[in-house]
Design a protein around this ligand. Structure first.
Ligand SMILES: [Zn+2]
Length: 207
């Protein structure tokens, strides 16, 4: 049933929704809800240590607060992508609201990278919303979801017993993580050695 709903929404959206990268020989780490001082910078250092790259789905309002950090994400070769401006429930209230959330964040990111973002990740993974589908179609953006949830937002840094081990993800998986708290740092420190041992590589999404 769930698959049928997905297929239908995929058809309506004009094939704009992505859950995995099927023809790709890499793993795709994605970080939502940043950039966050004291977390995102540590993630960048760990990724550097392992020669891996990732995609950061940032919030426009947080980029305005942490401008230097957002520039650093780009400077170190990672991909900056759009996760709305304000990340509140009301963004789905109307077509004009969601479109405005996406375009304002696109402008912010474009002023850093010089390029218009191609990917939008809807907050909470909502994709069956007509206004959202129409806005992404008009803006020629892909809706980027995930195939592997690390569940790092369901746990806390002192006790990460419920998180899924990202080293068990497969090639072509898109892995959901969050850089708004330090748990992602702990997970990467634990899991990247194992990912390397399995001869897997993490890459940013293709542009
Ligand atoms: Zn989010």
């Amino acid at each position: 049933m769930r698959h049928r709903v997905r297929s239908l929404v995929q058809f309506i959206s004009g094939e704009r929704i992505i859950w995995t990268m099927p023809r790709s020989p890499a793993l795709y780490l994605t970080f939502d809800d940043g950039p966050t001082e004291g977390v995102t910078d540590r993630i960048l250092d760990i990724l550097d240590d392992y020669g891996m790259s990732a995609t950061f789905f940032v919030e426009g309002k947080k980029v305005e607060k942490n401008w230097v950090l957002a520039m650093e994400i780009h400077r170190r070769g990672h991909l900056l992508a759009n996760h709305s401006y304000s990340h509140c429930r009301e963004i789905y209230d109307s077509y004009s609201r969601i479109k405005q959330e996406i375009t304002s964040t696109n402008h912010i990111l474009e002023s850093i990278t010089g390029e218009r973002p191609r990917y939008f990740r809807p907050p909470w993974g909502v994709y069956n919303n007509a206004g959202l589908l129409w806005a992404c179609r008009r803006l020629q953006m892909k809706i980027l979801l995930w195939s592997f949830d690390s569940k790092d937002s369901f746990d806390d840094v002192r006790n990460y017993t419920r998180t899924n081990r990202i080293s068990s993800a497969q090639m072509h998986d898109i892995v959901l993580m969050h850089d708004d708290n330090a748990l992602a740092v702990e997970i990467l420190q634990r899991e990247l050695p194992e990912i390397r041992r399995r001869n897997m590589v993490a890459r940013r999404l293709p542009e």
